[in-house]
Ligand binder design. Sequence first.
Ligand SMILES: CC(C)(COP(=O)(O)OP(=O)(O)OC[C@H]1O[C@@H](n2cnc3c(N)ncnc32)[C@H](O)[C@@H]1OP(=O)(O)O)[C@@H](O)C(=O)NCCC(=O)NCCS
Length: 196
Amino acid sequence: MPSPSSSFTIRQASSRDVGYVSDILTESFYRSTDRQVNFLQRCFTDLVYPILRYGIMLDLSGRFGDKTPCYACLVATHPANKFQAIASLEICMRYVPVKPYREFWLGREMQQYPYVFNLAVHPQWRRRGVAKQLLLAAEQTVKQWGFSRLYMHVLEDNHPARHLYDRIGYRQHSQEGIVNYWLMGRPKKLLLQKKF
Ligand SMILES: CC(C)(COP(=O)(O)OP(=O)(O)OC[C@H]1O[C@@H](n2cnc3c(N)ncnc32)[C@H](O)[C@@H]1OP(=O)(O)O)[C@@H](O)C(=O)NCCC(=O)NCCS
């Protein structure tokens, strides 16, 4: 039975969370939920899954150990198991264009702002408000750092994520990846911004 969203706890991740967060990211970004995926594709994913997960674990451990200022990884847990992260996101500082821009403009002015990446909720825990809670907690974190805006990228065809961001007030700032879209048919990348 789904639990009310208020029962989730959001906290800063520690090195003990690396395994769970790696599972969530691998499941969310590399395992297709598409029923059309054929047997061979599924076998291939099962085969490379541990390698992908291991790579993600190494990356995460590196970031956790770096002690970079203005970096945070937030995780959500449920009271049923306070040690098992069920969702996560990371925040770092990243250069973003000050003004909305077109792909081919040169010399655009860039500035560093807090940037959300790797937001993912374990498939079993989706549509219960966890991502929304994590993003609101991310806003509190960057407010404590002295900032009043957050950025993130989303692929144009990631409709669940776009729905979510739209609902909590993220707006499109710029569009990227137009060359890849034209040449390879890849989805464009949208840079979103929220001011608070
Ligand atoms: C996108 C994602 C993070 C959403 O997490 P979630 O915890 O299920 O989202 P929430 O429950 O907080 O959703 C809040 C609102 O967002 C919108 N939303 C979320 N998932 C949606 C979906 N699949 N379809 C349509 N709207 C959706 C809804 O408006 C929802 O409110 P509602 O449930 O009251 O209708 C999750 O689906 C995920 O991990 N996806 C894979 C990884 C990914 O794409 N990450 C984002 C990279 S940019």
